[in-house]
Design a protein around this ligand. Structure first.
Ligand code: ADP
Length: 220
């Protein structure tokens, strides 16, 4: 049966970087609510205009909005073989919603991977993050710099810094994580679906750990 993988972890844990690679490797979609929202902001849709201020400050977007986005995306045909959720759920209300949705659609419980990182390393990861404006590839100027400053190795696109990767927004995001998202660790532990993966070290080493976990747990 197809299963949904949920990547949990604080901002800067490497969820997005890893989810992109692992999804590609497994041949399933990578669903990032943050990416969907940023795309809506770029395209100036109603959703984007409503969400922009909250995202830029590092605050969470309301549960109803996010749950609607997730439901719509998960109902697309490319998700029948599974998907990786990155950045959703982020609150207990969202996790309850997802649980109901997966039950209703006969998918059963998700497999939840918590990417463990020390909080000290998170700030450097976030302030150093740069993203390709065309293909979305993620770099870090301290740990994983592009070959040429400001230019994507893959397609030569311009690298940009996210509006919410400044110190004040980062502080707000970390607070939102502590208050709203970290309770999900217990939520999923009680359902016996939570697993921990060491998120320290080189990105490639973390990918290997995630993939070997997924393979040994008979995912897909
Ligand atoms: P990060 O995990 O690096 O902080 P994301 O790209 O996942 O960043 O999310 C960026 C912003 O988008 C969040 O700070 C929040 O404003 C909004 N967002 C994304 N996913 C959710 C969600 N599930 N619930 C509420 N807000 C969300």
């Amino acid at each position: 049966m197809s299963q949904i993988l949920v990547f949990l972890g604080p901002p800067g844990a490497g969820k997005g970087t890893q989810a992109r690679v692992v999804a590609k490797e497994l041949g399933i979609p990578h669903i990032s609510t943050g990416d969907i929202l940023r795309e809506a902001v770029r395209e100036k849709t109603g959703l984007g205009l409503a969400a922009k201020a909250k995202i830029d400050k590092g605050e969470l977007v309301p549960d109803e909005v996010i749950c609607g986005i997730a439901e719509e995306r998960l109902s697309k045909p490319d998700c029948v073989g599974g998907a990786i959720l990155d950045g959703f759920p982020r609150t207990i209300a969202q996790a309850d919603f997802l649980e109901g949705l997966l039950q209703r659609t006969g998918r059963g419980k998700p497999l939840v991977l918590n990417i463990d990182v020390a909080t000290e390393s998170v700030l450097r990861r976030l302030t150093g993050r740069r993203t390709c404006s065309t293909c979305g590839e993620i770099y870090n100027i301290y740990m994983n710099p592009p070959r040429q400053d400001g230019i994507c190795n893959k397609d030569g696109g311009r690298l940009i810094q996210r509006a919410d990767d400044n110190e004040e927004a980062i502080r707000t995001r970390l607070k939102a994580y502590e208050e709203d998202t970290s309770p999900l660790i217990d939520f999923y532990k009680r359902r016996n679906v939570l697993h921990h993966v060491d998120g320290s070290g080189e990105p490639e080493a973390i990918t290997e750990r995630l993939l070997s976990f997924v393979k040994t747990h008979d995912y897909l």
